[in-house]
Design a protein around this ligand. Structure first.
Ligand code: NAD
Ligand code: DAU
Length: 347
């Protein structure tokens, strides 16, 4: 079985690649990644020499390259994670999100369709999507699989569009697909543009912690390894044409999460309790900032038996420990380009 995992050098993708390479020695796992600022082969150093693992540097926006890779490798399964993934960057440069998230996804769908030419038995195209396609919740309620799409940022609009293309290929060409819409992930190897690793890095360096608006925005946090386990389950046991929501059963207001993180970091760094909290700085809000995301994950729980394996406190501790033990990784990804991104976004 040849399985193509796109975006495997990124945060979630690297955890999925590792899980599949180690758990399924009979699968040939191909990790296709363009190695943008978010892609980092250091994330996969421990498995790069495995005989069932191959890295392909390629860009999903290049349709010809994608077609020829499908011709030569006949990928029976696709787990598609490659994307531009940061909301703030989508506000600055929406077109980059249209190119990778929409055109890139359609290129993959076309190549898969052409490769199998209707002979889809035993084949599967799995898109890793986001809960942000549903827009925002008020103070109450949960996103279910039948919540109408109502994306508010260029990022979520591009992910919603790619989900629609996927569904349309299922209807029109009978392409066998499955999609999951997941909540906010956190954990090892997350690029420090996202809330948790950015704040960990700033606490280490005694830099201000830029909380957007009043900090009363709510997200539902899931440990990345639990997401990878859910992806394994859905890839193997999910039903064609179905959507599964994946969430952490774990809602936090940003400001409460930041205070918990500050407290845990003070303990780890052996600083006086309260010193990291002093770094909290309220800054200009994100335009179109979604108030609240919260997932009803009862379908994947009831139908496939998945639920998160760690509590938030446990997951956060593992995450902090990893960043503290991998200072070199953090220093490498925060040098160069990151500095100009940071200046533009926060100054
Ligand atoms: P990430 O930004 O860490 O990684 C994205 C990866 O895609 C990088 O390795 C990058 O090099 C690669 N990539 C980008 N453009 C590419 C292109 N044109 N061609 C080939 N590769 C390209 O993202 P992540 O946080 O790991 O998210 C992975 C997927 O999961 C995305 O599709 C995202 O929408 C989705 N998702 C993320 C979260 C989250 O909380 N991070 C939650 C739900 C869903
Ligand atoms: O819900 C799933 C989505 O979660 C994924 O699809 C996205 O790829 C992923 O980036 C994430 O989106 P968010 O916008 O929710 O994540 P982010 O870490 O950027 O922000 C989390 C919350 O923290 C959000 O309310 C904005 C706030 N925030 C973020 C940053 C980077 C701040 O207050 N300050 C910051 O500096």
């Amino acid at each position: 079985m040849n399985i193509l995992i796109t975006g495997g050098a990124g945060f979630i993708g690297s955890h999925v690649v590792r899980l599949f390479v180690l758990k399924y020695p009979n699968y040939n796992i191909y990790n296709l990644d363009a190695l943008t600022y978010a892609g980092n082969l250091e994330n996969l150093k421990d498995i790069e020499d495995r005989p069932n693992y191959t890295f392909i540097k390629a860009d999903i926006t290049d349709g010809e390259v994608i077609d020829s890779l499908f011709k030569s490798h006949k990928f029976e399964g696709v787990i598609h994670l490659a994307a531009e993934s940061h909301v703030d960057r989508s506000i600055e440069d929406p077109l980059a999100f249209v190119k990778t998230n929409i055109i890139g996804t359609v290129n993959l769908l076309n190549a898969f369709k052409q490769c199998w030419d209707g002979n889809f038995n035993g084949k599967r195209f799995y898109h890793i999507s986001t809960d942000e396609v549903y827009g925002t919740l008020g103070q109450k309620g949960l996103f279910t699989e039948s919540t109408a799409y109502n994306p508010n940022s260029p990022y979520s609009a591009s992910k919603a569009s790619s989900d629609h293309f996927l569904r349309s290929y299922g209807e029109t060409y009978k392409l066998p697909y499955v999609v999951t819409n997941c909540s906010n992930n956190y954990g090892q190897n997350q690029f420090p543009e996202k809330l948790i690793p950015l704040f960990i890095n700033n606490i280490i360096n005694n830099k201000p912690l830029p909380v957007y608006g009043d900090g009363n925005y709510t997200r539902d946090w899931l440990y990345v390894k639990d997401h990878a386990l859910a992806i394994d389950l859905v890839y193997h046991e999910g039903l064609d044409g179905e959507t599964y929501n994946i969430g952490g059963f774990n809602e936090w207001k940003n400001i409460d999460l930041v205070k918990l993180l500050c407290n845990q970091m003070d303990k780890k760094l052996k600083r006086p309790i309260g010193s990291s909290e002093k770094l909290i700085t309220y800054v200009k809000d994100r335009p179109g900032h979604d108030l609240r995301y919260a997932i009803d994950a009862s379908k994947i729980n009831k139908e496939l038996g998945w639920r998160p394996s760690v509590t938030f406190e446990q997951g956060l501790e593992k995450t902090i420990d990893w960043y503290l033990e991998n200072k070199e990784w953090l220093d490498n990804v925060t040098s160069g380009q990151y500095k100009s991104y940071y200046k533009k976004q926060y100054n």
